[in-house]
Write a protein that binds this ligand. Structure first.
Ligand code: NAG
Ligand code: NAG
Ligand code: NAG
Ligand code: NAG
Ligand code: CU
Length: 500
């Protein structure tokens, strides 16, 4: 049978209309709060989500507790925890996993604060304040294990906020990492112009800032810091609250999707670009890609094991705390054809304050939206798992036959070393492998996720030898999902720790 045409998601196979494989939305998972931030915690692969000092509303300033919840996928139980002992309302923060899998959460409603979650004990610790109070800054883990942050005038005062680094015991201001070159021209001023930087930790302690400003920049974190301009994304303007994802770190490839010149009350774009970075300080190459079908601000992007990128949610016109103009049709970007495919629409609008995180079984959690107090239906106390098309046969209904990683030789592996993975491959498809760093998501930002393709150096029967690349700027140490795919169908990931 051959595909003879397609119309509105229906493929016509030899004259008979059958459902195309456009993915599937799973049952709704209810939370006791609006999940505005989310991360899969490596030790147990449970999903941590949080809102603000309340479960449905926020207030910048003196609040000092955070409402959190943990969803356990294996038994579908959601537990609620209030975290009070770090004196930190972690709403609108910067979030980064460090080399040990500690979740470093900075600023937001309590603008100077730092809280750290130990993934093994599930205990939060209060850490020293940042040098500058920040909210809507983003942060990125560096190749030397420190964590860099910049910007964040949404709370803690309006100012050009230069970069600073966390070294595990204290924050140090890097005044040479100038906050000015990364400002957008948002009409609300500095309050919005330094929000949600697209930061990628890279080689030699550098950070590539791919947006959302029209200008891209390199930040260098040795000594007192420095920066250099890195050009523009061709004709793209400021792209606030559009996502950017490093879908192939080995090749330095970053996809950007949408955004808007202003944080609110402004049309989004459907622009897409492919940025390829190499040596720190060099100008990256930028390719203008085919546009998405839908313009989007406040969407999320998640890189999948096969290197495709799933863009979910958002709205065509930026209006925080509103479900109006929602884009509920997912779009899946294929890195080989560089084209977008529309998938089955989600039942729930997910725009401002929504999150997406890749789960170990190859589904994507998409949840939240709102946190606006008495705004009623715009508060979404829930989420759903989206199953991408790779989890189904071509009929879009029958589950695909998936490979299994029955054994890995070690759960911790050093950069440049190898792992042996024993694979059961019942479908007999050709095996490929990849690594994806476990992510955290809030406000369109997920600086933790990045994908690294892995080519087996040898195989013997069902045992594959998988070399872990050696560049610490590319394979940021920490916890990673290891994926085995059979003809592009992923099994369940093994969670491994990569050490420097
Ligand atoms: C949110 O918290 C309030 C108390 O502050 C509670 O009455 C309400 O039931 C909670 N909402 C949900 C969905 O759990
Ligand atoms: C914050 O916590 C302190 C005690 O740690 C308490 O005295 C104070 O009232 C709290 N502030 C708010 C706004 O809840
Ligand atoms: C993924 O895990 C969730 C939670 O356990 C489950 O509901 C879902 O069916 C799983 N999907 C696949 C494709 O394994
Ligand atoms: C929906 O989008 C249009 C522009 O396309 C805009 O004029 C309108 O204000 C938006 N609606 C809301 C409620 O934001
Ligand atoms: Cu926010």
């Amino acid at each position: 049978m051959s595909i003879t045409g397609s119309l509105a998601g229906i493929a016509l196979l030899s004259g008979t209309a059958v459902a195309a494989n456009l993915g599937k939305w799973g049952p709704t998972i209810q939370f006791p709060l609006v999940p505005v931030a989310a991360a899969v915690i490596p030790s147990t692969a449970e999903l941590l989500v949080w809102s603000a000092y309340r479960n449905d509303s926020f207030q910048t300033g003196a609040q000092n507790v955070t409402q959190t919840a943990v969803w356990t996928p294996t038994n579908n139980v959601v537990k609620y925890f209030e975290v009070a002992y770090t004196d930190h309302d972690m709403f609108c923060p910067g979030v980064s996993f460090d080399f040990n899998g500690d979740l470093i959460v900075t600023g937001g409603d309590t603008a100077p604060a730092t809280s750290i979650l130990n993934p093994n004990t599930w205990q939060w610790t209060k850490a020293p304040n940042m040098q500058l109070a920040r909210g809507y800054q983003s942060s990125a883990t560096l190749s030397d294990g420190r964590v860099f942050t910049i910007g964040g005038s949404w709370s803690g005062g309006l100012a050009v906020k230069n970069g600073e680094v966390w070294d595990g015991s204290k924050w140090t201001l890097l005044n040479g990492c100038d906050g000015k070159p990364m400002l957008t021209a948002d009409r609300q001023g500095i309050f919005r112009q330094d929000n949600h930087a697209w930061l990628f930790g890279w080689k030699s302690g550098s950070v590539f800032q791919a947006g959302p400003s029209k200008a891209m920049n390199w930040y260098f974190t040795s000594g007192t810091g420095s920066w250099s301009a890195a050009g523009t994304r061709n004709n793209d303007g400021d792209a606030m609250c559009g996502p950017a994802v490093m879908y192939d770190a080995t090749a330095g490839k970053i996809l950007t999707a949408g955004g808007s010149p202003n944080y609110q009350d402004s049309l989004a774009t459907n622009n897409a670009y492919l940025i390829t970075i190499g040596t720190p300080g060099n100008k990256p190459s930028v390719e203008t890609l085919r546009k998405m079908r839908y313009a989007r601000i406040f969407s999320t992007s998640t890189v999948l094991p096969d290197g495709s990128v799933l863009v979910l949610g958002g709205q065509t016109y930026g209006h925080p705390f509103s479900d109006a103009n929602s884009t509920q049709v997912p779009e899946l970007w294929n890195p080989n054809t560089k084209s977008w495919k529309q998938l089955v629409a989600g039942p729930t609008p997910r725009a401002y304050h929504s999150v997406s995180v890749l789960m170990p079984n190859g589904t994507v959690f998409n949840g939240g939206g709102g946190l606006c107090g008495n705004c009623g239906s715009s508060n979404h106390f829930d989420g759903q798992l989206f199953s991408p098309p790779y989890l189904f046969k071509s009929d879009g209904i029958t589950p695909a036959v998936r490979p299994t990683i029955s054994k890995v030789s070690a759960s911790t592996v050093g950069l440049g070393k190898s792992l042996q993975a024993t694979i059961s491959n019942p479908s007999g498809g050709s095996m490929t492998f990849s690594l994806i760093r476990m992510g955290s998501s809030t406000h369109t930002v997920n600086t933790d996720q990045r994908r690294v393709p892995v080519t087996p150096s040898s195989s013997s029967g069902s045992v594959y030898t998988l070399p872990i690349p050696s560049d610490v700027g590319v394979v940021t140490p920490g916890y990673w999902y290891l994926w085995a795919m059979s003809s592009g169908v992923p099994g369940t990931a093994q969670i491994i720790k990569i050490t420097p």
